[in-house]
Design a protein around this ligand. Structure first.
Ligand SMILES: [Zn+2]
Length: 399
């Protein structure tokens, strides 16, 4: 039975255009939250990719990076920047570049996945063994599960709960250790399609978080609903218990002048290149098998539950993990649009069955309850899904 009687707090659903169109250059559709299309049908991520490969002067950008780092680099070997991440190909690349190419002294910080995969854990260990200090933080296992359970139904995505902590942790560490400079890898909003508010800016203001990361729905609403439904006890929803999911108080961040910069602003961001780089320098290994729902083997490998994040994206927006992988590989010139389309047709929306029992066990729900939530979000998307034949069928596919 649905815990919240068919209610959703995912405000992104309201903004999906009724008429589904696909980018004429890549494979993404106009259903992706915050993406925009020009009058020729080209998406904002393809526009940025064109600038990235043809317009931006990367030598100039690197000079800006060196200027920035020169202002922060410590002289006694103490930490001078924070690099959050799992030790996968992207954060591994950023940390290694900062330390070995630019002479910085990064403290790397990791927000643990819901459930580590073997390959994710191996890559994490290999990363710190390649020469990095690391703080690994596991959230409270009871509360994190409960939050994920409520978010699965109310946000239609359990994984956003991980995302909040992942984003906030670096700033907690920044305040705790007095290290103002934080380096994230890429701006997903700019690289993969989303808000272009911060295009042409190396950093993002903390004030932007509520807009981009909570996507219009607050954690408080989530915990209050969870309390009403009896998932949380009153004691559990006291605000301080969830401090890792919020940024630290703004006055604390301003006191140390905390700054978050994207490495992708300063150096051309090509995920495949990050893979080759970390395979050579930080012991990163791709999975021997492709990830379910896509054809790739080297992205987002750490968490046994992340296949469900992509699957829910497919249910709510009609675009899944293969769309996301193919879109940026087309933009980076690794595959053609035709190849991308056939990969999307082949893999997009494939059900992540490998870790299904563990996912159910993690959220403490049964299979029936799982499908009720999936059906709920399909029912909320009549412009995407049709059930007149008795089976759910996606109405539109990229052509
Ligand atoms: Zn595009």
């Amino acid at each position: 039975m649905l815990l919240f009687g068919g209610k959703t707090l995912d405000k992104q659903l309201e903004h999906r255009p009724e008429h589904v169109t696909y980018c004429t250059k890549c494979v993404v559709s106009n259903q992706r939250p915050r993406i925009t299309f020009d009058d020729k049908g080209v998406c904002s991520a393809c526009h940025y990719a064109h600038e990235k490969h043809n317009v931006i002067d990367w030598n100039e950008r690197e000079k800006m990076l060196v200027d920035l780092l020169d202002r922060y680099r410590s002289k006694d070997g103490s930490y001078d920047c924070i690099v959050p991440g799992s030790g996968g190909k992207d954060s591994g690349y950023v940390a290694h570049q900062l330390k070995y190419v630019y002479g910085m002294h990064p403290l790397t910080v990791t927000w643990a996945p819901h459930i580590y995969t073997d390959i994710g854990w191996k890559n994490y260990l290999a990363f710190k063994d390649s020469g990095f200090d690391n703080v690994l933080v596991f959230p409270n296992g009871v509360l994190h599960r409960k939050l994920s359970k409520v978010a699965f139904e109310l946000w239609g995505d359990h994984f956003k709960v991980f995302g909040l902590g992942q984003k906030a942790l670096a700033f907690h560490m920044s305040v705790k250790f007095g290290i103002p400079l934080v380096f994230y890898g890429e701006s997903g909003e700019i690289e993969y399609g989303g808000s272009t508010k911060n295009k042409g800016k190396p950093y993002e203001d903390v004030e932007d978080w509520s807009e981009l990361y909570f996507a219009g729905s607050s954690l408080t609403a989530l915990t209050e609903e969870g309390l009403r439904a009896g998932v949380f006890t009153k004691q559990e929803v006291e605000h301080e218990k969830f401090s890792f999911y919020w940024h630290p108080p703004l006055d604390q961040l301003r006191k140390i002048d905390a700054q978050m910069h994207w490495f992708s602003y300063y150096k051309k961001w090509v995920p495949q290149e990050n893979y080759y780089y970390t395979a050579e320098h930080t012991g990163f290994q791709a999975n021997p098998v492709r990830s379910e729902g896509t054809y790739s083997k080297y992205a987002s490998l750490d968490d046994k539950t992340d296949g469900f994040h992509f699957y829910l994206g497919f249910v709510k927006f009609g675009i899944g993990r293969a769309t996301s992988d193919a879109a940026h590989e087309i933009r980076d010139g690794h595959i053609t649009r035709e190849e991308g389309i056939s990969l999307v047709h082949r893999y997009d929306g494939e059900f992540p069955k490998k870790y299904f029992p563990e996912f159910l066990e993690y959220l403490k729900i049964n299979e029936e309850e799982f499908w009720e939530v999936i059906d709920l979000y399909r029912t909320m998307s009549p412009h995407l899904w049709d059930k007149s034949s008795g089976q759910w069928v996606l109405k539109h596919r990229v052509k």
